[in-house]
Every structure is written in structure tokens, then in C-alpha cells.
Design a protein around this ligand. Sequence first.
Ligand SMILES: O=C(O)C(=O)C[C@]1(C(=O)O)C=C[C@@H](O)C=C1
Length: 293
Amino acid sequence: MTEQQWEKRIAYLGPEASFTYLATKSIFPTDWLVPCATIPECIEAVAEGKVDLAVVPLENALEGSVPLTLDYLFHEATLYVTGELQLKIQQHLMVNEAQKNNWESIEGVYSHPHALAQCHKYLFYRFSDVPLHQTTSTAAAAKFVSENPDKCIAAVGNAAAAAKYGLTIVQDNIHDFHFNHTRFFVLSKQNKRLPQELSEGQAKTTFMITLPTDRSGALHQVLSVFAWRQLNLSKIESRPLKTGLGDYFFMIDVLADEKDPMMRGAMEELAALGCKVKSLGTYFTYLTTSDEE
Ligand SMILES: O=C(O)C(=O)C[C@]1(C(=O)O)C=C[C@@H](O)C=C1
């Protein structure tokens, strides 16, 4: 198939067989998937119009938010969320075929910082003296291990990465807690939504809110705007404004459509309170799967 025949170009945190790739492929099986080495590269690709959409990790059930994604969306780009993908995460320890009999003597473990953190207990108790090395994604770690057969090192990643880069899984399911899922944002320059049909059906809207001044009760007032309208929040998180210690913006997920009259009222009240509100739009959640499930 030629490039023109593909429906959409979609950037994702690559290379192929990263968790981001698996989530993207599951929901966009026939589109043109464009690997990017870092989260900012994915975001810039869609912001500059080089691709139609970009898929980036947002939050993991064990490790919390991916700060780079939140901060980049607040400080650097004006983009909208067209959908949220959720994927079950299973982390495995994998080595080069050439080292499969030496794996208990590995001298380094490579992976994305979130993946290493998800396996903290396992790595701490099993390989306490072995240095951990950060890579831009789990698949980047698997690729690195495949390209270095002489090194007695391991990667942490998924089974698709082991298959893609010819590695041997020597310990499976090494993540510390069974309930391990990651949320990914599908970003676009346009404020539009992926079709509702295959989604979970619940509309969600993400706001990034800056309070007018640091006065007592300011955050309480913001939360009240949603509370008395019975608008349910599913997440609130503060991140540095990068203007000085103690200055924050708040990222808030609301389980409602921004076109809902109650939400419009909430926006008006937030403006009247002097808050600056950046809306990332309303979107639906899609449960994606990897071949492992
Ligand atoms: O997509 C990948 O493989 C990544 O390395 C990124 C990422 C993340 O940033 O959370 C994605 C899913 C897992 O939670 C671990 C790492």
C-alpha cells in the first residue's frame, strides 16, 4: 500500500512494539503509524502538521502521571485530546539470545523510567547491585539489547518487543502490582473526537486551570464550581507553573461533555473567579488490547 492510501498519519512514542505502539495499533490498525523517539517529538509532529494525530503516554496506574506529557501540553503546545486509550501493562525481563544462559549475571537493566519503577521491588530484591539505565521507551531498551549481543544486559518491556527484537523472556510479569494499566492521549490540532461507537461511552473533559492569586480557599472555590453542579471529577493533579517555587497549575478531568449546559456554566464561573482555563476538549475512552491478553 502506498502512503497516500493510508487514512491518517499517527505519530507514537516508538520504536515499534513499545506499549504506546500496541495501544495505537489496536485502535488504528490500518493507519500510517510514525514512530518518534521522544514524547516532545510526537507532540511537535502533530503541532507542526507533519502527522494528523499523536499518541503519547499520560498516566500509569502504579507510577502516576508522565510529567513530560502534562508539562508539554501546558507550556509548549496548543492541542486537543481526541480520545484516551487504556492498555493493560505486563512487564517482562528479556535478554539477547546470546546471553540467555547468563541472565542471572546481568550487569545492567534498561528501560523507560516508568517501566523500571513499575518493577522496583522485583529489581531491588533480585538485582539490587545491578545499575538501572533509562531509555526513551521500553521498545528502545529492547532494541538496544538486541543490538548489543556481547553485553550481558537485560531490557524490561512487553512480549511484542521481545518478539520484534528477537529477545528471550527470562522472567515474565515482573511488575510489582497486578493491576497495571496506562492511559494514553490521542492528540490533534483540531478540537474533535474519535467516534463514540467503540468507546466506553462516558465523555470526559480535561482542563488545565491556573488560579488568579494565591489566596486562601482559591482551590476550594474552583472545586466548588464543579461540586455544586454535580460534575464528577476523576482526577486532579498539580504541576509547577515554572514561574517560581509554590506556583502551580491544576490538571482536572471532569466526567462530562464540555457542551453540557452545566459545564458551560462552570466555565463562566471559573472566568468570573479570574481563573485561566485551557481546555484540552471532550473525548471518550477506548480499552485497547495487546496480543498477550
Ligand atoms: O510506550 C512505552 O513502551 C514506554 O516506554 C512509555 C510508557 C510510559 O511512559 O508510561 C508506556 C507504558 C508503560 O507504562 C511504561 C512506559
